[in-house]
Ligand binder design. Sequence first.
Ligand code: E4P
Length: 221
Amino acid sequence: MKFFVDSADVAEIRDLVDTGLVDGVTTNPSLVAKAGRDFFAVLREICALVAGPVSAEVTATAADAMIAEGRKLAAVAPNVTVKVPLTWDGLKACRALSQAGTAVNVTLCFSPAQAILAAKAGATFVSPFVGRLDDIGHDGMALIRDIVTIYRNYPGTIATEVLVASVRHPMHVVDAAKIGAQVCTIPPAVLRQLAKHVLTDKGLDAFLADWKKTGQSIVAG
Ligand code: E4P
């Protein structure tokens, strides 16, 4: 499973990229607003940090304007993936941009029917939002299961990857991996949480305390 960082915070992204565990980045207009910096400057910096896909979202709502914005975003760096919303116009823009060779992430997907349309429109990625479905009492992971099942039924025709978005906790990542989704975009705090286990900390403390009693040093030994 590929890990993308869901953030527009360049310092945070740099820190995580240094681990070698990051395959890409997703941003959205809310994350850019939170970063409080110029969008194009942020996008250029992220694209230079990460070799993999970096999603940058259009803000127009009409297909022609989305295509124009998408072209401008794609010109920033070869690893930009243009993000369009799952609207009728977004699907038209997806089709046009992907036919021109631009990678497209169709975002704000909340149903299997929408995911079928994204695949038919030639999306590189479809982004189903699990957390926002859970928030309103739906089963976000059931949507991932449905989309993965549907896409697997058409191995020769559907190349769209399922990019699990709106991730709130480590179990979203684990469950998405069990289902076989190709990508998870993960907020920095959740990505760090993945490494944490109380028994790891407790076990390490005990090992180090016992080692100290030996009086030995691996470097000096
Ligand atoms: C995906 O690309 C979105 O940026 C993101 O996952 C949305 O998550 P949220 O529901 O926590 O805002």
